[in-house]
Write a protein that binds this ligand. Structure first.
Ligand SMILES: *[C@@H]1O[C@H](CO)[C@@H](O)[C@H](O)[C@H]1NC(C)=O
Ligand SMILES: *[C@@H]1O[C@H](CO)[C@@H](O)[C@H](O)[C@H]1NC(C)=O
Ligand SMILES: *[C@@H]1O[C@H](CO)[C@@H](O)[C@H](O)[C@H]1NC(C)=O
Ligand SMILES: *[C@@H]1O[C@H](CO)[C@@H](O)[C@H](O)[C@H]1NC(C)=O
Length: 295
């Protein structure tokens, strides 16, 4: 008598992640949902280690890279959405705030341009020659920003706007590793920061002291908008003021990595479980075992 295909409920032991080798905070969370916020060492694609700070929520989180890393990494491994980023700010007195940043409502169909050491399609930062590597968050690509339109960024669900006066296509936040602690170019040094440039800090929410992130995660940063939005460069004044880029990840769909073998189909009734529906002739949690005929 033929055996019917069987359903097997498997508690999440993610089959995309092997052992304790992690390439992202997402891997760490998927491996253990009770992981604590904090500093972790992960590996880039060449298996070179670098440090990140992982902030975990239920089914999602944010990844911050350490400024002290010198490892080339693929930023695309660290996020699963380009809808928004979270920026943390540390003031000179050590107090930290965080702000969700996204595109303004009139451009909310545009994803953010998130890059490591590149800015493809977006305006070039001022200080890359001496302060690289850098992390780049582009709001409007050049093709959209190079118009005399209302532009800006959205911070904590509020549009922060300016009108581009000369179609200069700057529309970005940049975070410099600045490994040699080099001085910035001095561009725009006579301009005081406008309310537009600092509004994201004003709208930030305070981080309680127990959730403070270590200082090595805060970078020098440059913000540039327009054509008349503004330009601001901030050095981490003796490791005091700075900003950190939080990249959002969402938990894996347990079926994404095709855990079911031999033509089995996968369903995930919850985020932590998957079920393999095995093809005829196979059985086992992941359909790895041939069905033995019973005499
Ligand atoms: C991680 O930190 C955030 C605040 O930054 C907090 O809301 C969250 O609950 C923390 N997660 C864990 C798992 O402790
Ligand atoms: C620290 O500095 C920030 C920004 O200047 C200010 O908003 C905050 O109130 C200060 N906190 C303390 C405890 O002094
Ligand atoms: C996004 O919205 C803008 C403004 O409404 C529109 O011009 C543009 O075609 C949209 N782009 C996409 C990819 O939908
Ligand atoms: C930083 O200094 C090192 C050693 O002096 C040099 O090789 C490197 O090119 C410098 N980096 C930048 C971005 O200037």
């Amino acid at each position: 008598m033929p055996l019917f295909p069987i359903f097997v409920l498997l508690l999440l032991a993610n089959h995309c992640v092997h052992g304790t080798v992690f390439h992202s905070c997402k891997d760490i969370y998927t491996n253990d949902h009770n992981s604590k916020n904090g500093t972790y060492t992960i590996l880039n694609r060449e298996n070179k280690p670098y440090q990140v700070y992982c902030e975990f929520y239920y089914k999602y989180g944010y990844t911050y890279t350490s400024r002290q890393t010198s490892v080339d990494f693929n930023i695309n491994d660290l996020f699963t959405t380009t809808d928004h980023v979270k920026v943390r700010h540390i003031a000179g007195n050590g107090s930290q705030t965080e702000t969700i940043l996204e595109n303004i409502e009139s451009h909310k169909n545009l994803s953010l341009g998130l890059f490591y050491n590149r800015h493809i399609g977006y305006a070039m930062p001022i200080n890359i020659e001496n302060l690289a590597p850098y992390l780049y968050v582009g709001f409007l690509p050049i093709i959209v920003a190079s118009h005399m339109t209302v532009q800006g960024y959205r911070a904590a669900k509020q549009n922060v706007l300016f009108t581009n006066c000369d179609s200069n296509p700057n529309s970005y936040f940049v975070f410099y590793f600045n490994p040699n602690e080099t001085a910035n170019e001095g561009y725009g040094s006579g301009w005081g920061p406008s309310a537009f440039m600092t509004e994201w800090m004003v709208l930030g929410s305070a981080i309680p002291a127990e959730h403070a992130m270590p200082p090595e995660f805060f970078f020098d940063y440059e913000i540039h908008f327009g054509g008349c939005g503004g330009y601001m460069f901030r050095h981490r004044l003796d490791n005091k003021e700075g900003a950190a880029l939080g990249l959002r990840f969402d938990e894996y769909d347990p079926c994404v990595c095709s855990p079911c073998q031999n033509g089995g189909s996968c369903r995930s009734p919850s985020d932590t479980r998957f079920i393999c529906h095995c093809a005829a002739g196979y059985t086992g949690d992941t359909c790895g075992d041939p069905v033995l005929s019973v005499g």
